[in-house]
Ligand binder design. Structure first.
Ligand SMILES: Cc1ncc(COP(=O)(O)O)c(C=O)c1O
Length: 389
């Protein structure tokens, strides 16, 4: 068997390594508390499950779906974008359902990137932006996200020749892993930059519904001109506790949608229809679960931020997302700090470098462990002496 260069060049998926470490500890009978993965512990709401079960019983839904999704689902997505963000979308030309947003994020580079092309990718970032780029034969150019700039990229720091060769620009706000948010002024700059260099903007926005203290994150598409250059990826995973059902969407520019649709129609056969009906119920039905989720995450955020600060970590209280991005004390690398924490306390966090070189000096903690695990984990962290070097 001779593996492709593509697969040989692939770094091990970050969470696979973490999962292995957890499995080893568990095999030794230790209780491991994981703050590593952003997978909501809260169940899918009952009204959504009811729709899923009922639709699953209907034989019409036992057959191949269309890769471009049920018209009713595309209309539900457009309706939700209109109600939530005031963004007007044509369900037939500007909306594309995805088998979880990760699927579309991984495939979009195939639409625009030829071997040797550059993709502008934030660093630190969700790893799939650069992996998708690599699969298409492109090169990622890292845009550092630095704390002193609110974890927003500095377009002026990108060399002219790099910007000219770039085809695609990735952004993600509310941000994973830094929990940073972006405002209209920043998004306006993005549109200008994209127009100047003829870039496709891909904004990844799965965390707009997880926001605290009354803050309401915006869609990139709210900014005038965004639809000319951009496409926004969204997901039902985090808003409605539906990570396991694999359903998301991408919306915006009709040409970008058409290109991704062409790739997808050759690769997959769409989202199982019962799941699409469940997703329609999620978007159209009672939205109380979002408020309930946010109340839970907000309580957890406050507890965790306060213990992390006691430990001497530098933490800005997140306004949105499922994450806390904490600056570790001097004298450690983020990988050493995370390893030491796991060894000493059995608490798993993600080292910042798992999201890129500019993640050095930070760890990421997720708000999606159960309340009980959070209490046990925080208790262990409170009594941990290791960080006080
Ligand atoms: C920034 C970001 N984008 C996309 C995804 C993928 O979400 P899904 O494929 O479940 O829609 C995640 C999941 O953690 C994420 O953090």
């Amino acid at each position: 068997m001779r593996l492709s260069r593509r697969i040989q060049g692939l770094p091990p998926y970050l969470f696979v390594q973490i999962s292995q470490k957890i499995a080893e500890k568990k095999a030794r009978g230790e209780r491991v508390i994981s703050f590593a993965i952003g997978d909501p512990d809260l169940p899918t709401p009952e009204n959504i499950l009811r729709e899923l079960f009922e639709s699953a019983r209907d034989p019409v839904n036992h057959r191949y779906p269309e890769s471009y999704g049920l018209p009713a689902f595309r209309q539900a997505i457009a309706g939700w974008y209109g109600r939530r963000f005031g963004v007007d979308l044509d369900p037939d030309t500007e909306v594309l359902p995805l088998i979880g947003s990760k699927e579309g994020i991984a495939h979009i580079a195939l639409c625009f990137v030829d071997p040797g092309d550059i993709v502008l990718v934030p660093d630190p970032a969700y790893p799939v932006y650069s992996i998708g780029t690599m699969f298409a034969g492109g090169e990622s150019y890292a845009m550092p996200l630095k704390e002193e700039r609110g974890f927003l990229p500095d377009f002026d720091a990108i060399p002219e020749n790099v910007a000219r060769r770039a085809k695609l620009l990735w952004l993600n706000y509310p941000n994973n892993p830094t929990a940073a948010v972006a405002d209209a002024a920043f998004f306006r700059k993005v549109v200008d930059f994209a127009l100047e260099y003829d870039l496709v903007v891909c904004h990844d926005a799965p965390y707009t519904e997880i926001a605290f203290d009354g803050y309401r994150p915006m869609s990139f598409l709210e900014v005038p001109g965004a639809k000319e250059v951009g496409f926004e990826f969204h997901s039902l995973s985090k808003s409605y506790n539906m990570t396991g059902w694999r359903v998301g969407m991408a919306v915006g520019n009709a040409g970008i949608r058409d290109a991704l649709m062409r790739i997808k129609s050759n690769l997959d056969s769409g989202i199982p229809q019962a799941i699409q009906y469940a997703a329609i119920e999620a978007l159209h039905g009672d939205q109380a679960c979002i408020k309930d989720n946010v109340a839970v995450y907000s309580r957890r955020r406050d507890k965790m931020v306060s213990v992390l600060r006691e430990l001497g970590l530098g933490v800005t209280t997140p306004k949105a997302s499922l994450y806390i991005w904490a600056r570790i004390p001097d004298g450690y690398t983020s990988a050493d700090y995370a390893a030491r924490l796991l060894d000493d306390t059995g608490v798993v966090v993600t080292p910042g470098t798992g999201y890129g070189q500019y993640g050095e000096g930070y760890i990421r903690l997720s708000l999606t462990a159960s309340d009980e695990d959070i209490d046990v984990g925080l208790e262990r962290l409170s009594s941990w002496k290791g960080s006080r070097v």
